[in-house]
Design a protein around this ligand. Sequence first.
Ligand code: HEC
Length: 145
Amino acid sequence: MNTTSLIAAFVVLISGLIWVGMDSNNADWTGNRNQCVGDCYEQWKTDNAGGIAEMEQVKQMALAAASPAALGEQYYGQCIACHGGRGEGGIGPMLAGQTAADIVAKLTAYRAGQERGAQSALMYPVAKPMSDNDLDNLAAFISSL
Ligand code: HEC
């Protein structure tokens, strides 16, 4: 076999690989959903009750309609590490069993930078960004624990 036919065989082989590669990169085979444009996207919108903007809007409306306790539960995600998943306490004191009014009062104090216990400094950055709504939502959830 001479060099020319080796090169020819090589070219044929590479062309074949490229062809197979391109042919097999279709959505049916790869499940590639990143290529959903044009008709595909129109179909996707129909299947999913609108485009991405509409879906986001629906999500926001659901969030706005959610109960205070449900919103509080969501916010409580960032408290679990210190107060436990069920408010049983850990690094921070036990929260379960406290009334909503107690929780609001205590969080309001931390938010204002008031010292309550020896470790209040741990709560200042947590409470600082809370809105009044956040306080009410958290209290609604925590008082149900
Ligand atoms: C980094 C750990 C940490 C995180 C995160 C944290 N806390 Fe605390 N929390 C503490 C500590 C420590 C105390 C006790 C502070 C003191 O000495 O005044 C406390 C105290 C409290 C108290 C007062 C309890 C009582 O009976 O005196 C409330 C209410 C509270 N936290 C709510 C929350 C909520 C709600 C979140 C989440 C949004 C949260 N904490 C996140 C550590 C944490």
